[in-house]
Design a protein around this ligand. Structure first.
Ligand code: R5P
Length: 310
């Protein structure tokens, strides 16, 4: 097996490498004067089972291009099998036409990865499970639930817990975690009653007096979570915490979270944890390296991955 890291999340790749006790294969990613990317794999990969680890996080276009070029380099180096390990799959939110003459970029990115020469994809908590169908190659979509559930259990033992989806689109993810924890479930339904009038937040479910855990796939600007946290407090929640898989945290999101009624935000390291994020007292990063390490190992040994989540 060969493990190769791109530049998007070297810390996670190193942690996966330690978990597996397999060193990272030397590779170099350079830029030409005009910013074109050049990738060179410095070791022989002929006949090898290769795993290229790269999140297509900010700057998404550069990281995506690096992934595509690295897959091409591995293919031309006669790798036996190439698995694109994409802990955070960017462009996933563009998974349907939102109006006339708009793209479905998630499908385009899936086609690009396949055309570059990937044989499989190993990813986590895709924005929508159906994105797996955008690929014509096998996709293993891990979930951070086995990392989040014991952390929640340990922190909030003895509390009346309610898992909350901040929008209707995230209900399946929230229900899955609630079931694992034997907790209640609530859903926030955002509705703009009239154009130009601010959104009304309807809380479906009983949250009064409970510790509410907002669960989502992505925290980007932080708006969704902060608004949901305020609505839950207005509806009598005792405390609000969030568990979100991918900490995109653009712009002043960290500051927004710190100033919100949310007491903590737990994220994973699917996206490299920036210094300002690591320094924040409100944000707690958890590692998914062991989860990805197991995913890689089971792929290499042709063993079940779904068994990891039973
Ligand atoms: C949307 O459907 C996603 O699941 C997230 O809720 C959304 O991307 C979060 O974005 P933001 O943090 O900018 O509100």
């Amino acid at each position: 097996m060969k493990l190769i890291s791109g530049n998007s999340n070297r810390a996670l790749a190193e942690a996966i490498s330690s978990y597996l006790n397999v060193p990272l294969t030397q590779a170099s990613v350079k830029r030409f004067a005009d910013n074109e990317i050049f990738v060179e794999i410095m070791e022989n990969v002929r006949g090898e089972d290769c795993f290229f680890i790269q999140s297509t996080s900010y700057p998404a276009n550069d990281h995506l291009m690096e992934l595509l070029i690295a897959i091409d380099a591995l293919k031309r180096g006669s790798a036996r099998r190439i698995t694109a390990v994409i802990p955070y799959f960017g462009y996933a939110r563009q998974d349907r036409k939102t109006g006339g003459r708009t793209p479905i970029s998630a499908k385009l990115v899936a086609d690009l990865i396949t055309a570059a020469g990937a044989d499989r994809v190993l990813t986590m908590d895709l924005h929508a499970g159906q994105i797996q169908g955008f690929f014509d190659i096998p996709v293993d979509n891990l979930t951070a639930a086995p990392v989040f559930a014991p952390h929640i259990q340990e922190r909030f033992e003895g509390e009346r817990l309610c898992i909350v989806s901040p929008d209707v689109g995230g209900v399946v993810r929230a229900r899955h975690l609630a079931k694992r924890l034997g907790a209640d479930l609530a859903i926030i339904d955002k509705r703009r009653e009239k154009a130009g009038v601010s959104e009304v937040m309807h809380v479906i479910g009983e949250v009064d007096g409970k510790v509410c855990i907002l669960v989502d796939d992505i925290v980007d600007s932080g708006g969704t979570l902060c608004n949901a946290a305020s609505a839950l407090i207005e509806h009598g929640a005792k405390q609000v915490h969030s568990y979100v898989v991918h900490g995109v945290l653009s712009g002043n999101a960290v500051e927004k979270v710190e100033k919100s009624p949310m007491e903590s935000l737990v994220i994973t390291d699917s996206i490299c944890v920036r210094e300002d994020v690591a320094d924040s007292k409100s944000v707690i990063p958890l590692s998914v390296a062991p989860l990805f390490g197991e995913g890689v190992l089971r792929t290499a040994e042709e063993r079940s991955i779904s068994a990891l989540f039973k």
